[in-house]
Ligand binder design. Structure first.
Ligand code: DSN
Length: 431
């Protein structure tokens, strides 16, 4: 078959086009409650799918290794300026392809191979790149994990300080992927100063809440701040790093050529668009509602008899101990999936079960809040979650809940222009 470079995707590659259409339908039809996911605006989506995907732009604005970068320079400068305005950072690098690469570049800037990093244990809500033994972080650096307190399931900063004084880390890392409480960055910085360490904060999960002014900012306190851009910040799937002025040159060198070659300029363009959205007053309202929704969900699930790790949430996510109700997180994830509610199983602090069959489920509200859902919807959803988990072996019941879930989803439409009627998609497939 000759390659037709002008053909639309639906004709050029109907097999892939169909899966994309199915995914748009899946995202519309269900309730997306994975705490690290969100729905980008049409503008962000459009920017991601642009001709900038064709462009090499190794280097930085005004200092590239390729010709033809005049428009790439404008875009990258706008993205950097907007990010600086949102977070008040001295310096921003918008090129990291992901949060992991931002973290790798941050470590590379601050420390040497073999140096000690103090990071929140993955099993207590940390992240792979904060020192898991199979991750580059655990292989290249000496990792000392800190944990949450058994009683409060929150970080005990006195204990963190005692570990720091004992272990003499070069970097203390704050932030994680399943910690539902706000962080005390001021205290962390004073601990770091006391032991001569750098403070690095990976705010991937709560960056949008910081941008919206509903979570304390690590930027004034930390030497280095990294993030993804696609979670609460609601941009394209990517990363970013920020630092104090003294580390600016080192950070830029660590990202390129240290960790990466050419930046993904189409994604940098989409980040710029998302940052513009985050600068609007509505983004504060969105962020506040995301937190209000998480609190309402936690409260309603508690009312259904579920134990919420740490007793609740200050953020966009909550961890629920489903093992206390007689099931594994993996069983709960599967049952909720059948009911049209997408979540992920998650370890809870001091979990006695293995990572693939842990005791908890993590719920998040950023995506549903983007769709316009509020506390009332959270309470209805909590009722369906409880019903689905009670009847987790009953497929008929789970299907009935899915119908109600779909009806609610229909009230909060998503990506309408992308969704094709099912028979149209089938025709494409049949062709
Ligand atoms: N995998 C992400 C999450 O789900 O939290 C973190 O990188």
């Amino acid at each position: 078959m000759p390659i037709d470079l002008q053909a639309p995707l639906s004709l050029a590659d109907p097999e892939i086009a169909a899966q994309i259409a199915f995914e748009a339908e899946r995202q519309h039809d269900g309730l997306e409650m994975i705490a690290s996911e969100n729905f980008v605006s049409r503008a962000v989506l459009e920017a991601t799918g642009t001709v900038f995907t064709n462009k090499y732009a190794e280097g930085y604005p005004g200092k590239r290794y390729y010709g033809g970068c005049e428009f790439a320079d404008v875009i990258e400068n706008i993205a950097r300026d907007r990010a600086r305005r949102i977070f008040g950072a001295d310096h921003v690098n918008v090129q990291p392809h992901s949060g992991s690469q931002a973290n790798a570049a941050a470590y590379m800037t601050l420390i040497q191979t073999g140096d000690t990093i103090l990071g929140l244990d993955l099993a207590h809500g940390g992240h792979l790149t904060h020192g898991h033994k199979l991750n580059f972080s655990g292989k290249l650096y000496r990792i000392v994990p800190y944990q949450v307190s058994r009683e409060t399931e929150r970080i005990n900063y006195d204990e963190l300080e005692a570990i720091a004084r004992r272990e003499n880390p070069k970097v203390i890392v704050g932030g994680g992927s399943a910690y539902p409480r706000v962080w005390d960055f001021e205290r962390m910085r004073s601990i770091a100063d006391a032991v001569g360490a750098y403070l690095m904060v990976d705010m991937a999960h709560f960056a949008g809440l910081v941008a919206g002014g509903v979570h304390p900012s690590p930027v004034p306190h930390a030497h280095m701040v990294t993030t993804t851009t696609h979670k609460t910040l609601r941009g394209p799937r990517s990363g970013m790093a920020m630092c104090k002025a003294e580390f600016a040159q080192g950070l830029d060198r660590s990202v390129f050529p240290g960790q990466q070659g050419g930046p993904l300029m189409h994604v940098v363009a989409a980040k710029a668009v998302a940052f513009q959205e985050a600068l609007q007053p509505e983004f504060h309202t969105y962020s506040q509602q995301t937190v209000n929704n998480a609190r309402a969900l936690a409260e309603a699930l508690r009312g259904e008899g579920y134990r919420i790790v740490s007793g609740g949430t200050d953020t966009h996510l909550l961890l629920v101990d489903v093992f206390a109700k007689g099931m594994l997180g993996s069983e709960a994830e599967a049952a909720l999936g059948k009911a049209g509610i997408t979540v992920n199983k998650n370890a809870i602090p001091y979990d006695t079960n293995p990572p693939l069959k842990p005791s908890g489920v993590r719920f998040g509200t950023p995506a549903l809040t983007t769709r316009g859902m509020r506390e009332g919807e959270m309470r209805r959803i909590a009722g369906w979650i409880a019903e689905a988990l009670t009847h987790r072996a009953d497929d008929t019941c789970l299907r009935a809940i899915h119908k109600q879930v779909s009806a609610l989803a229909e009230e909060f439409p998503l990506y309408g222009w992308l969704r094709q009627p099912v028979d149209e998609r089938e025709m494409v497939l049949a062709d």
